[in-house]
Design a protein around this ligand. Sequence first.
Ligand code: HEM
Length: 391
Amino acid sequence: MVMAWERVMSDQTAAIARVDVPAHVDPALVVDFDFFADHRYAEAGSPHGGLLKLAEDIGRGIFWTPRNGGHWFITDHELLFEAARMPELFSSRNASFPAAPGEEPFYPPVNSDPPDHSRYRLPLMRAFAPGRIRDLEQNIRAFAIELIEAVKDRGRCDFVDMVAEPLPIFIFMKLMGFDTARYREFREWAVAMSQPDVEIRGQAYIDTMKMARPLFDERRAERKEDVLSFLLDEEVDGRPFDQAELDGMCIELFGAGLDTVVNSLAFTIEHLARDPALQDRLRAEPALIPEAVEEVLRRYSVALPARSVRSGIMPLTGCAASQKNWKVWRCTRSSRASSDSAAAPFFEARRAGADRLVIPSGLGGGAGGRSRRRRGWPVAAAGRSRSGARR
Ligand code: HEM
């Protein structure tokens, strides 16, 4: 049977070139690894298992692959942690993966470096403050229950189609102040934004911007209780955001908040479906649900941040590099520590202090951190209370 992720990943990889190994790369660091469709994914039965297998096969450290345009990648948690704190070497500017040609548009704060980063980050932190997210919780819970009610008597469903996609997309649209009648279009744009084809990706960004601009104009005339209105009243360097900054933030939130949540929900439910003992435990001890949410986020990291590598000597490898040759650096297996093993009992690795970078602890700590954690709860809790003892 071909799993959905296998189909998606092999479609993606077909589009991207394999390149020659540049002269500056130490041959000892070259590993044939295809981020989108590595053979280890299928061998291990999942992308996450495949990334663990990769680290087992080649060891922990920093390596270079000629696949997907050629890029560095890191298999070591502690090294990733260190690298996340070296913006002078690993820049968030022009870091899209696979690399887009030319200078990327500005999507603050995610593709900015210090000191700009925090100037743009703070307004978003305020927009997603705990109180604002708490206010949404009741509605999110009600919507999660509604989605589960719609499928539960069928005994089976395509979870992504029926629950994992509609839930975050509707919530996000409401939060932002977008017209929920355009849900289908949004869904298509959200999928397009995670494609490797730069034209498809770029068109989704343009469509999002075209949709949002008239809404910004409406909010300028009359504020509402939504993130668009909130951003209009925020400032950077003592001035309101200009339209390019507003466009960038809107596109970034769209890209950051949808695919991530859809995939995290899907991996969560897949894990639960395969682990009936854990289901029983969570039903018996619902107080463990928040910790279980943390653990699935840690185990199944869905956002693996890329960075462009600055010119100069790379202290991590000793290889000298020109910016041209070091276009993209990619992290893998960002969430699991070297002490972590695929066979570790569910709660044990995290409790033993195996930190995770899935919700980054470095410079890129997402504004969605609070919202995505809270979002996990209603689904898990609603699933528990509504489905009773059923599996
Ligand atoms: C399970 C769901 C999510 C995961 C796993 C996740 C993961 C991440 C990761 C790894 C980054 C760092 C990217 C980088 O450094 O290049 C990030 C940044 C970000 N995320 Fe999320 N995210 C999720 C949900 C959300 C949601 C729901 C929102 C908002 C609606 C959001 C908004 C952001 C923003 C604005 C940033 C940029 C923050 C900054 O640069 O300071 N995320 N997220």
